[in-house]
Ligand binder design. Sequence first.
Ligand SMILES: [Zn+2]
Length: 795
Amino acid sequence: MDTQQIIDPRSLTPDHRPLIITFICITILSIPFVHAQHQNNPGSNHGNKFEQLGTLLSDPNVYRTASGAPGHQYWQQKADYVIDVEVDDQNQRVIGSETITYTNNSPDPLSYLWIQLDENEHKADAENKKFDESSLSEQMTTNQLQSLIGGDNDLGVKIQKVADGAGKPLTYTINHTMMRVELPAVLKPGAKFVLQIEWQYNISDRMVEGGRGGYEYFAEDGNYLYTITQWYPRMAVYSDFQGWQNKQFTGRGEFALVFGDFKVNITVPADHIVGATGECRNYANVLTAAQLDRWKQAQQADEPVEVVTLDEARQAMKGKATGKKTWIYEAKNVRDFAFVTSRRLVWDAMRVKEGIEGHTPMAMSYYGPEAYPLYRPYSTKVVAHTLKVYSKHTLPYPYPVAISVEASNGMEYPMICFNYGRADKDGTYSEATKYGMISVIIHEVGHNFFPMIVNSDERQWTWMDEGLNTFCQFLAEQEWDKDYPSRRGPAHKIVDYMKLPKDQLEPIMTNSENIVQFGPNAYAKPATALNILRETVMGRELFDYAFKEYARRWAFKHPTPADFFRTMEDASAVDLDWFWRGWFFGIDPVDISLDDVQHFQPLGNLQDAQTTERQAYEKDLNTVTRQRNIEEGVNFAVEADTNLQDFYNKWDRFEIDGENQKAFGQYYQSLSPEEKALYDGTYHFYQLKFSNKGGLVMPIILQWTFADGTTEIERIPAYIWRKNENEVTKVFAKTKEVTAVLVDPLRETGDIDEDNNAWPRQHAPTRFELFKQQQGPARGESTGPNPMQRARGGG
Ligand SMILES: [Zn+2]
């Protein structure tokens, strides 16, 4: 019995004895043991999973501190815009002119500026059309075929003027979606430069070309819906951590933009309704008296009020105004500006009276008749709900409005976002469409916080906005309805992704353009990791404080991953380097296997111990004797028994003599009451052996089921793996006998193989059975990159 541990307290004198208890392994509850595959550190149990991130993070400096906060010399550039734009509804064309005032707050002299021309992604010779893979399938649409053939499509930005503030032309060079403007003199630190740009472009058919902005044509009424995004030449970011962020826009990695103030004059057909980033300054000139009155009502309303009614939208859809109107908008401290314009829009609005400290912003929605059955009851209320939940977990929503526009997609801009959710022709809709719509509205409105306010560089790190936002989206969904069918967030929902072959995976810390499985990698995995961090690793109190601190520190600034990682530790005193290393820098999955369970019980008195010890000794001796007899080919059983008897007659090593009894009596009397209780107690000791088959170190969460039917959950910190990343053994003391042990009982770690989690072994239902069990109401498609949406440019 090699698992038996027998220590004889009689061998020590009472004065020098620690409390020593005799153990005996009552039963061996062994699981067929399969050795862990040590894929990660072949030949070594002690790898670097718990080492500090060190050089994986950028060095702290005067701009970004080692605590993760902005440094005492933190700076960022500023760009203020005054723009005149007209949307030509006859030719589907944007005609614009802008004056940019650029302030160089950096310590560096600049000799040129980089400006983004995103519409060039649609040009026939755009880089992405060349380097994106393509293939033929048996059935193809004419549009798909046309995109393979190519040819000039007359899309892309036509720059008509680039000049300084006095109108003097400036030299510029266009490299696909980036334009370098030469400065006439070096722009010194602290100095401003004014430049003027005039441009035009043909608006692309968003439903065909894809992309985030464009038009949608409604053949049944001959009208257009324009979602005008990334439409003006925009300043690129110049930063302390990267210099100019001038990586090309190819349709995937989103935007790195500079904060500033906007004044935008939007000229559209007189019968159009406009919704935009910021506040409209001239509703009195563009709305009817009745609409203006309803707008005033809405500002005091706690239920959505139709500022433009369904009847008014239907009426407008029947004709085409010949005149024009100019809507004047202003927005302060935003990093971008977008708008919607169409004659087929209903507009409802209400104030968000409570739940956002110090603010009562307007929640608003714009939608066509086909979305009315869904958007009228839900959209604006979801906007308000999102602002409240996100404000609670980050910072109070600071902007005056938040708008949800139905545009059959999902894409975000400051204060305005574009979502989906249309009813069927008869006005009905499925639960899936409804939940999908609510999720996409929460998600896109949520982007106001990440990255519109906490402004990470989307072109580099998609997870910093999509991952953090999808995590908050999950919180908002669960607060909307505790049974909400959230698609991303719960740990077990990441399993299918994490168990993919390694050549289909890449770390979360991968550039946006290079991600293979965009949705799972940049949305679901970071959101799940943060959910696990909150629920399983840090606990809600520590997590929520640190997460809020990150949002507060970096509101209206440009954080990097290091700033996030550092702040979460700095504000919580939880060493998380192992967590970032595993979840964000690695591709290993979680698979903790319970390999072995052994049950030990201390013996209540010395007599029992001796009896059991004697039996064990006799058995061993007997076995040895019989073995020898068999080897010699002679049956010496009788002789052996006689020999044994003789042996005991001469000397019994287990005999309790007076000396022994006296010693034990003294020893027992020397124990404290607590020690006596422990000695006489009925503890069951379980020695469990685990192996880390997946590679990603995680806390071990155990559920004990006792003989009396009760259960207990016990949590072992991930640090248990710090000296041996592959195998660990740990003993647990229980007052009741255990009948079953289960690893990760609440499915909170994303363990990819639950077959090895249980003792006694219980095989998880097959996928087919699981599917049957889950049948019920259809699950809503949430936001973002399902393939269809991504093709249209989801956000
Ligand atoms: Zn998003």
